[in-house]
Design a protein around this ligand. Structure first.
Ligand SMILES: *[C@@H]1O[C@H](CO)[C@@H](O)[C@H](O)[C@H]1NC(C)=O
Ligand SMILES: *[C@@H]1O[C@H](CO)[C@@H](O)[C@H](O)[C@H]1NC(C)=O
Ligand SMILES: *[C@@H]1O[C@H](CO)[C@@H](O)[C@H](O)[C@H]1NC(C)=O
Ligand SMILES: *[C@@H]1O[C@H](CO)[C@@H](O)[C@H](O)[C@H]1NC(C)=O
Ligand SMILES: *[C@@H]1O[C@H](CO)[C@@H](O)[C@H](O)[C@H]1NC(C)=O
Ligand SMILES: *[C@@H]1O[C@H](CO)[C@@H](O)[C@H](O)[C@H]1NC(C)=O
Ligand SMILES: *[C@@H]1O[C@H](CO)[C@@H](O)[C@H](O)[C@H]1NC(C)=O
Ligand SMILES: *[C@@H]1O[C@H](CO)[C@@H](O)[C@H](O)[C@H]1NC(C)=O
Ligand SMILES: *[C@@H]1O[C@H](CO)[C@@H](O)[C@H](O)[C@H]1NC(C)=O
Ligand SMILES: *[C@@H]1O[C@H](CO)[C@@H](O)[C@H](O)[C@H]1NC(C)=O
Ligand SMILES: *[C@@H]1O[C@H](CO)[C@@H](O)[C@H](O)[C@H]1NC(C)=O
Ligand SMILES: *[C@@H]1O[C@H](CO)[C@@H](O)[C@H](O)[C@H]1NC(C)=O
Length: 697
């Protein structure tokens, strides 16, 4: 028995004798708590559960750093000390390795994926190859030949890992000191030296990510109801957040289901994204490229729509939860159909959606439309006009727009949910003609690096915020095209087009704010002082989550949209916060939103000067109608829920062999028995032992 094991026993005995202080110090020596752990969590839909979880007390396994796929044999069959906690370099985080580990789960305690510092060149997408396959418009009843990505597999790199179920925990660690500690511990204790099995004590890791929900959404919602009657303890929550919208003409938001005389042109983009792991969803191309473009277009249209209001209202909308079976758009369409929304479906003139529009140095964008609704000649006519409109808006800009194949269905897009309800003319702008060009769809690599948002070295954060990258220039041009096309689409005069230009400075700042650091001087000015704690020094996480209040991305887009489309007005903070322009005003709250933001500090002063922003920006609930209808097995609406959990953490420590553990236990039991015996003897012989000191009765 080596020195350490002896120490262990000594410690244990010391511990047994002096319970308290000395035990704590033992724990500190043995355990290293891991910082910055990012888990994969459990999600459920109508029929399945996906994601990961540990047992209630955490899963423990002997560390094994996997060197190659062949090396899996050690974990799955030959290694002598199962179960193993497998450490994977990102290059081994493939479907084939993961499926083998999943199949051998009795010998796998968990997996840790080391996130690399640069993106893998070969591409990686843990999403499905046909995103939102069952909840878009293309079903057997709409057109069977277009269903299930029959014509175009949109995300051919999608390996589906995010949609598998694992019955062990999976964490991601940044490649930094934590990972170095793990590798060192493995090298020092666990590495098999020329074929012989490693000797105890071994380096082990414990991961906690126990999930409360099981089976499917119906089961966990039922359990929620039962639990709620006893104590307000939930096991799962519906995924959801808020959609953000604004209109170029103020609409009476108190009046729902209102048939207006004027039509609206919907300009849409999606806000959310996801990745395999819970809280890293940078969504640079899949979400941010589109919504930043739309925000910049809305800004470009502010002056011209105020001066020469076109006949149709432009309705900007940013959908949340689209990744999970179109939560945001399906809810808005549902509300429109049920007279619960400011705009009625009958008032929708057309839809222009901005999808993934990062140009990556290319100079082509593609316009996608729905071949089925275009069989109707009036819809076809409108779609054709919109396409021509976009093409002429792009004239003179740095790229061309082509029409994607006529017989090809729409890519995954919110517009599909409008088409499910009504044959509305519309176009989706993308940077791909066929399958996605995005090689990192819904993965943690869809980040600033992939969008080429990078800065020269030695710039301060403030200089980076202002720095205009090539990506910003390209997106600005796209935003200019979108803005010009929207103006004409809304009935505005074509000769105004040259006055409509997006601002590259604004686009640069938004790219920096969402993809690099939301805690920057610009975003700080745009939000109220009580929300500054939401700003972070990391890229924004666009995973939709289960927020009762709006999440960070929703909030940022809401205040940005207000700043970019609204106007600053000179009223008191009190009136602003009470949603009115002056004391006697009872009407304006129906038409406008007033937000008191903290503004900037003037030079030579540290105190910020707040002001009031009046805009038409509103939030609308983005929770799937399935939960409204309590139809948890719905085939039409998203049924995704997220499990609750208590703690997510990981630690590493040394474990002794089973023999030693048995010995320790034996010693412990021995000590216990001896003391029981002693107690028995003492108490039974108490008369004799303590007789002298007794009081007479
Ligand atoms: C799963 O493991 C079993 C043995 O445990 C093996 O027979 C089977 O081939 C494996 N399946 C796959 C798909 O690897
Ligand atoms: C795919 O579409 C073709 C026609 O384009 C059709 O013949 C075929 O049956 C379809 N396949 C499926 C699986 O629906
Ligand atoms: C994706 O489409 C491109 C053409 O746009 C094609 O060259 C490529 O092979 C496709 N990729 C896959 C995996 O199908
Ligand atoms: C639930 O998710 C699983 C895994 O992605 C999928 O196979 C299944 O079709 C989904 N069920 C419904 C009703 O959407
Ligand atoms: C990582 O370790 C190095 C050297 O051990 C140290 O200089 C550095 O500050 C550590 N970094 C962090 C983030 O702890
Ligand atoms: C985690 O952070 C704590 C305090 O910030 C530090 O003491 C500890 O060494 C860190 N753990 C690792 C593995 O770096
Ligand atoms: C908005 O609608 C509400 C409810 O119908 C009505 O009371 C209010 O007067 C309207 N306001 C305006 C400015 O139209
Ligand atoms: C909009 O108008 C204001 C003044 O009315 C002007 O300062 C601003 O530069 C204009 N913005 C654009 C983008 O033209
Ligand atoms: C817009 O409305 C004005 C006045 O109501 C009308 O004269 C004009 O023809 C309309 N323009 C379009 C494009 O419908
Ligand atoms: C938008 O924010 C800027 C500060 O970056 C401020 O100067 C401007 O007045 C704001 N505009 C509105 C309409 O809030
Ligand atoms: C705002 O209004 C107050 C009083 O109504 C006035 O004193 C002040 O000069 C105004 N500020 C600006 C910037 O117009
Ligand atoms: C700011 O302070 C500096 C020195 O403290 C002074 O020279 C300068 O004039 C001040 N500027 C303003 C705008 O007050």
């Amino acid at each position: 028995m080596d020195l350490l094991s002896n120490k262990w026993i000594t410690n244990l005995l010391v511990c047994a004798l002096f319970v308290g202080a000395s035990c704590n110090s033992v724990e500190k020596k043995i355990y290293v708590h891991l910082n910055y752990t990012v888990p994969c969590v459990r999600l459920l839909n109508a029929t399945h559960q996906i994601g990961c979880q540990s047992s209630l007390s955490g899963d423990v396994g002997v560390l094994h750093v996997l060197e190659s796929e062949e090396n899996l044999d050690w974990v799955l069959s030959s290694g002598p000390n199962p179960p193993y906690m497998v450490i994977l370099e990102s290059s081994l985080f493939t479907r084939s390795v993961m499926m083998k580990l999943k199949n051998g789960s009795s010998r796998v305690a968990g997996i840790v994926v080391v996130a690399p510092n640069t993106n893998p060149v070969e591409g990686f997408s843990p999403h499905t190859s046909c995103p939102n396959e069952n909840t878009g418009v293309y079903s057997e009843s709409y057109d069977p030949t277009l269903a299930h990505c029959n014509v175009t597999v949109w995300n051919p790199l999608g390996n589906g890992l995010s949609y598998e179920e694992y019955d062990f925990p999976i964490f991601s660690l940044k490649d930094d000191n934590d990972t170095q500690v793990i590798r060192q511990c493995y090298l020092n204790h666990n590495q098999a030296v020329n074929g012989s099995s490693p000797r105890y004590p071994l380096c082990a890791m414990q991961l906690y990510s126990h999930m409360s929900a099981v089976t499917d959404t119906a089961t966990c919602m039922r359990r929620n109801d039962i639990n709620f009657s006893i104590s307000p303890e939930m096991v799962c929550d519906p995924l959801g957040d808020f959609n953000v919208w604004a209109s170029t003409r103020p609409l009476n938001n108190t009046e729902k289901g209102h048939k207006m005389w004027e039509k609206v042109v919907i300009a849409a983009a999606r806000l959310d994204s996801r990745s395999f792991f819970f809280d890293v969803a940078p969504g640079a191309e899949s979400g941010a490229s589109g919504f930043i473009t739309l925000l910049a277009a809305a800004h470009a249209l502010r002056n011209v729509t105020q001066e020469a209001q076109p006949n149709r209202t432009i309705f900007y909308t940013f959908f949340q939860g689209e990744t999970f079976d179109y939560i945001g758009s399906s809810r808005m369409v549902y509300d429109m159909e049920n007279n619960q929304f400011t705009v009625d479906l009958d008032n929708v003139h057309s839809v222009l959606e901005i999808g993934q529009v990062g140009l990556h140095g290319e100079s082509r964008l593609w316009l996608h439309s729905d071949p089925v609704s275009r069989r109707n000649s009036s819809v076809n006519e409108e779609v054709r006009k919109l396409i021509e409109n976009l093409q002429s808006a792009a004239a003179g800009l740095g790229f061309t727009v082509g029409e994607a194949g006529f017989s090809q269905p729409l890519p995954p897009s919110s517009f599909q949910r409008f088409l499910r309800a009504r044959q509305i003319p519309g176009v989706v702008i993308e940077n791909h003609q066929l399958n996605f060009t995005n090689r990192y769809y819904e993965s943690m690599y869809d980040n600033a690096e992939y969008l080429n948002v990078s800065y020269p070295p030695n710039l301060t954060p403030e200089e980076q915020l202002k720095f205009v990258t090539d990506t910003a220039k390209a997106l600005t041009e796209v935003a200019t095209m979108v803005a010009r096309a929207l103006y004409v689409q809304a009935g505005g005069a074509e000769n105004q087009q040259d006055n409509i230009n997006a601002d590259r400075q604004i686009v640069s700042q938004m790219l920096y704010g969402f993809l690099v650091r939301s805690n920057n001087s610009w975003f700080q000015q745009l939000i109220p002082s009580d929300l500054t704690s939401h700003l972070t020094d990391r890229p924004t996480n666009f995973y939709v989550g289960v927020n009762q209040q709006s999440s960070e991305p929703t909030l940022l887009v809401q205040y940005l949209l207000a700043n970019l489309t609204g106007s600053a007005i000179n009223i008191t903070q009190e009136n602003c916060q009470n949603q009115r322009e002056d004391e006697n005003d009872k009407e304006s709250k129906h038409m406008f939103t007033y937000m008191w933001v903290q503004g900037a500090a003037p030079p030579n002063n540290t105190k910020r000067e707040g002001f009031c922003v009046r805009s038409t920006v509103r939030l609308s609930r983005a929770v799937s109608p399935a939960f409204e209808l309590r139809d948890y097995t719905s085939k039409d609406y998203s049924t995704w829920t997220e499990s609750r959990w208590k703690s997510i953490k990981g630690r590493i420590f040394l474990v002794a062999s089973h023999e030693l553990e048995m010995l320790t236990l034996g010693v412990g039991v021995g000590v216990l028995l001896a003391s029981l015996l002693l107690t028995y003897i003492i108490s039974s012989k108490a008369d004799i032992l303590f007789s002298s000191g007794r009081e007479p009765t």
